[in-house]
Every structure is written in C-alpha cells, then in structure tokens.
Design a protein around this ligand. Structure first.
Ligand SMILES: *Cc1c(COP(=O)(O)O)cnc(C)c1O
Length: 425
C-alpha cells in the first residue's frame, strides 16, 4: 500500500516511511491510495473471530510491504492487551468503552500500535526521538505506549498547571526513555516548540525526529479497529436496524477512522460528530464553509480544538463533495451546562457514570436517534480522568490517588534553546 500526501499527491511513501516521517511536504497529511471493501464472508463470520483476527484482516492491506504477517500479528496482540466492551445504557442506546487501556483513554490504541511499529522500523537504525505536545490525554497514552520501546526516545511537552494531576502523574511517573518537560506557557506554546523543532534543519541533522499525534498514519489507522469489534458485539441486536454512531470529536481522527471502516463495508448508517463549544465542524455542516477558530476551554478539554487536523482527510475521502459529507455525518454542538445535566440524568436513571466527553457524545446521539435505530456512543475516556468535573454533580465520586512526588519531569520557560538541549541528551 502506498500513502500519498493530500497537499502534494506526487509525494508517495510506504507505510513504514509515512510512519517515520509523520507529515508530508507543506505539512500535508498522508492518506492510503485506496480503501478496499472487505468480502461479505468477513462480516458473516465476524462473530466467530477473535478481536486480533478481525484486526489483522482489516489492517493487513494497509501495512503490507512494511510489516510481514507475523510482525503485524504480534503488534496487534500487544496493542489489544485490553478489551473494548459495548455496554447497554438504556432502551436502544449503547456505549463503546474505549477506556480500559493503561491510560484510560481511546488514544492508548493508536499510541500502542504506533509505538510498536516505530520500534520495528527503527531496529538496526539510529534512535528516533518522538516529540509530542499535549493538553493531557495524548501525552499519557504516548508515554505508556512508547515506554521501554527500544530505539525510541520520547519528549513530551505539557503546559504547566493546565493538565489534571492524574494526567500529569500518568505522563511523568515512568522515566527511562520517556522525558517530560513542563512548559511555562499554554498548549499552543508547546505545540509551537514541537513544530519549530520538527522544521529545524540543523537539529534534524543531529537527531532523527518524529511526532506522535493523530496526523501519523500509524496512530490514526488502528482506530478503525474498535468499530469492527463493536459490530461483532452488536451484530445480533442490529439485525435489520439502522446503526447510528456518535463520536465525541476534537481533531476528528477517531471519527475519520470510523468513516474508513464504513468504506470497508461496516454497516454504519450515520455518524454523529459531537462537538463541544469548539464547533468548527458543526458550523461547516450548517454553512458549507470551513472557518478555523481559536479554541475555547470546556469540561471536555480533549475536544477543545478549533481547527481539526483530520478535516482534510474527510474532504479527501468524499472527493470534496460537501453534500456527500453532510449526508454521511450529522453534527451537534453541546455546551458545558448540558454536559453536567446529562451526566446527572444518566447517573440517576442507570447508575452509569459517563465522562464529560462521552456525555457530549450521548447528548448529540439522542438529538438524532429514532426508536427503531440502534445508537452507540464512543466513551473516549474513563470518568476517573475527569473526576473534578464529575464531582460537580456527583459529589461522592472519589478522587483517584496520585503521588506527584514520584515524578520525572523538567521545566523550561518556553525557551527553544533550553528545549533543544533536552532533545539532544
Ligand atoms: C483525543 C480525545 C478526543 C478527541 O478525539 P479526536 O480523534 O481528536 O477527534 C475525545 N475524547 C477524549 C477523551 C480524547 O482524549
């Protein structure tokens, strides 16, 4: 399989090259040259297959030529060391829990897969240093995913005082090949430092640099897989019913991966793009115009994105046909107040505690769902990760234990030179 740069389609790379390089010329994202339908027999037999076998069948065409069958099998087995159960909520509503991995957010799937790919690809070569800017979840998933992976060093930048203590603990308590740098600034400052380093010619001659956000094909593509695992669990209930899937969205990597799964034949009828107040995509669906905005802070902070990076992959998938996009994806924005009301209501009705991101997804799903359809919302994080929000409406909700004295972290004052010294250690 070849991957081409959306901005410069003449730039074509293998899966291996695209994973190592991350981003193409002119900051263009890579996409696979084709997404082929899986045979009907696959969907007929899916309930008899193990998750790893399903994952192998779906992923193999995308990595062929870069990973052999044994390598892919091993990577998938290690990636999915945890389950992704679909739980009934009430009536025709279901929730796909993606938070059973080591850092309790769906990003564990992509981070674990990518880390293992990069580990394979750098064998016998010189070390790679992976740079990540994070507002919380990405950093912890990448830290745990890449922990102890040989040949890969990780440098994580997070804004001082702007991640939750639990997230900080998850990122900073590992050590070894995971280096965390606390930046006296905002998430945008962290992101700017990472970008500056990736484009610094002199630095790149000294160290091989890569990045690990959802722009990277090796982080993005495995997110298709749990849509198939969910189908396996819901197949009987779906029978002849329509399946609506709501995705709490920020950079839209998760939702775009779902669209790829649909293109491979997964019978999802409609997607719901659930936004918080950062509603660039919702506005696009309303007006047909895409206008990036500065992000605003909300309770679902992993979705506080004003210019979703995977939007271009959605456009490419639908050949820039706005009507086709509107037909496939419904959109709905949900504010903080409604999120708290939904967390409360669901808890009172079912005892289920949903995190603020999942709550955005549930509100948006219910806005569109009919009684004769099956609705599924992706629970992208465990409520423990956002316990301070939950406690606003469920005061008894316990604080997770963290010991920040066990941290390995260094601080910089937003200075590029200090930061570069940490990269070249
Ligand atoms: C990253 C994240 C999201 C947003 O996912 P995208 O793929 O960027 O749209 C949603 N919820 C949680 C908990 C996250 O960590």
């Amino acid at each position: 399989m070849k991957y081409f740069n959306i901005k410069d389609p003449k730039e074509q790379l293998s899966f291996k090259e695209a994973t190592i390089q991350g981003l193409g010329k002119n900051k263009g994202l890579f996409v696979p040259e084709k997404i082929e339908k899986l045979p009907n027999s696959f969907f007929e037999n899916i309930t008899k297959m193990s998750d790893v076998d399903i994952a192998f069948t779906v992923m193999y065409p995308f990595v062929k030529g870069s990973l052999n069958k044994e390598e892919l099998q091993q990577i998938l087995t290690e990636t999915f060391s945890f389950s992704t159960p679909v739980q009934p909520l009430f009536k025709n509503r279901y929730i796909l829990e993606l938070f059973h991995g080591p850092t309790m957010a769906f990003k564990d799937v992509g981070a674990r897969f990518m880390a293992r790919c990069l580990g394979k690809f750098t064998q016998n070569n010189k070390n790679v240093t992976v740079l990540v800017a994070t507002s919380g979840d990405t950093g912890s998933a990448v830290a745990h995913g890449f922990y102890n992976v040989e040949g890969v060093n990780v440098v994580i930048l997070f804004p001082k005082g702007k991640v939750s203590p639990f997230q900080e603990y998850q990122m900073t308590s590992l050590g070894k090949n995971i280096h965390t740098v606390e930046v006296e600034g905002t998430f945008d400052d962290c992101q700017a430092l990472v970008k500056q380093a990736l484009h610094d010619k002199e630095l790149n001659e000294k160290v091989a640099l890569s990045s690990a956000n959802s722009i990277n094909v090796a982080r993005f593509l495995p997110q298709m897989l749990y849509y198939f695992f969910a189908y396996k669990q819901l197949k009987e209930k779906l029978a002849n019913k329509k399946w609506m899937v709501s995705v709490p969205s920020g950079n839209f990597g998760n939702l775009t991966a779902g669209l790829y799964a649909q293109k491979m034949g997964l019978p999802i009828h409609k997607f719901v793009a659930a936004n918080n107040d950062n509603d660039t995509f919702y506005q696009y669906l309303q007006t047909g115009k895409y206008t990036a905005k500065p992000s605003v802070s909300t309770y679902s902070n992993a979705m506080d994105v004003g210019d979703p990076s995977n939007f271009v992959r959605i456009q490419q998938l639908f050949n820039n046909d706005k009507n086709a996009i509107k037909d496939a994806i419904l959109g709905f924005p949900v504010n903080n107040k409604t999120v708290l009301e939904k967390i409360t209501e669901l808890y009172q009705k079912t005892n289920y505690i949903i995190d603020p991101h999942g709550a955005v997804g549930l509100v948006a799903l219910e806005h569109f769902l009919h009684n004769d359809e099956i609705g599924m919302v992706l629970a992208t994080a465990h409520p423990n990760k956002f316990d301070t929000v939950i406690r606003k409406v469920i005061p008894d909700f316990k604080e997770p234990k963290v010991d920040l004295s066990k941290c390995f972290k260094e601080s910089i004052k937003n200075s590029y030179n200090d930061y570069v010294k940490k990269i070249i250690r």
